[in-house]
Design a binder for this molecule. Sequence first.
Ligand SMILES: C[C@H](N)C(=O)N[C@@H](Cc1c[nH]cn1)C(=O)O
Length: 570
Amino acid sequence: MGASESISDIKKGDILINENEIHSGKSGKYQIKTILGQGGFGKVVKCMKLDTKEEIAVKIVKNRDDWMNLPVLPCILLLVTTVHAFQYTELAQYVDNHQEEYIEALRDWVAVESDSSNVLKRPDLHRMMEMVAQKLRLMGGTVELVDIGNQELPDGQTLALPKVVTAQFGTDSNKHTVCVYGHVDVQPAKLEDGWATDPYNLTDINGNLYGRGASDNKAPVLAWIHAVEAYRALNMELPVNVKFLIEGMEETGSNGLDAMILAQRDTFFSDVDYTIISDCGWLSRRPALTYGTRGNCYFFAEVEGPKQDLHSGVYGGTVIEPMTDLIGVLDTLISPSGKILIPGIRDAVAPLTDEEWKMYQDIQFDIDNYKNKIGVSQLMYSNKVDLLAHMWRYPTVSIHGIEGAFSDPGTKTVIPAKVTAKFSIRQVPNMDPAMVKKQVIDYLQSVFAKRKSPNKLKVTMVIGAKPWLANTQHPLYEAGKAAVKRVFDMDPDMIREGGTIPIARTFQDVTGKSIIMMPIGGFDDGLHSQNEKISRYNYIEGTKLFIAYLNEVSQINKSTVKWLGGTLVL
Ligand SMILES: C[C@H](N)C(=O)N[C@@H](Cc1c[nH]cn1)C(=O)O
């Protein structure tokens, strides 16, 4: 650019020559990518250094004398102030150099049996929350352990809920603020369930890190923490303010968290621009961004008969058995071909659009691979679109277990006196948990009434988590695509999640802010199952993805670019 041209003429695509900052390596040719703002002292642009492809934002003034408010001399344009430089290579290198420490951190976390569904493990869960808080404190965050009260147990007793950890890094009001949500409680796991290794001793086999909670959700939470830590360790300014919200009850429906978010809407959450959740997985080996989750209505159906368990030889044939009633009722929930039999349940389901059909058609999904992974010879549907739609887009019923039933090895000849079935219905937009609850209870009571049994049926809904759906056109998703491209050099799959993140809808409804789900878990991580794992690759590259994503989010246009006392602040 010639000396005579004015700063206001600078436009996208122009090449700038910086003859200063030779020692910092910042001298050289830059191409302007975006004009970010302009004011009395110059112009701020995002540009790319042509030799290294590094992208930086710089303030351009005519020369340093101009900057110093001295008389203007004829000169060429100079890059004077690097407002914010994204040094991805250094950050990624830092992550590579620290991967063994990251794995040790995961080992420490996996060793804690933070099973939120087992009341006997509650002390471990409390300890887990303390460990999270301590790690964030050691990084210099402003950390709080928020008391969210008690949980009422089915027998009427109360139990303290695990505290929620909040943390904050950076308070610059000129930057975006993101809130990273995650959880550190886990599903139950026992070696005798069929694990090949101790579920609470992280074990590296061929680059896969096996352990309960490794993928769901301890490694992703750690990856976010390590992403922030990398910036700080390298003395690099965080491109956005980062808040953390880490809970310990996700696996049982996030008890107490709705109320906590509501209570802190005007304090902790007041300046949050975006929420990021990494509590899900890819669909294949290709990275993915998730734009929808199913909800979950979880039910207990209890049938109570005689006052105590009975000998099946002595009493069998004379009593109407609770287990027979229960199995009979359960059998009316869903047909063998997967049709939910509860009247009205599918009425609210939003129809699959042609656009969605096309999207599903274009997604890479290997049905044979999927069958092999889970070890079945036949699936409910044989084509890809039907399978994806029934995984993400339609409701389903799953029967999980029967409490009170004889389930030990051996041949106990008992008639259980009271049995409680546990089943859940994954629901989708526009289903409503309150309506589902009514439909299920009315239906099961009517089915039970037809049996004319003297036993008693009690149906309760213990979790009513709503589905969530995002707008994929939101800049958060564009930023996500750019981060995936940078780290993995490919475009992400745009997918939905069959599972539930109970708090997602609350975040959206209470804060009014957008959410993105950015998974790093692999498609074959075995969440909730035996031999859960995360690969070293996903854990480490996932950390880099989060680093890159923070930078991309910082590039989302804020509505105003302010000049403060002559200094441009982005
Ligand atoms: C998707 C997430 N990793 C997860 O597994 N969530 C649980 C949450 C839940 C729902 N009902 C009870 N817990 C899930 O989808 O099962």
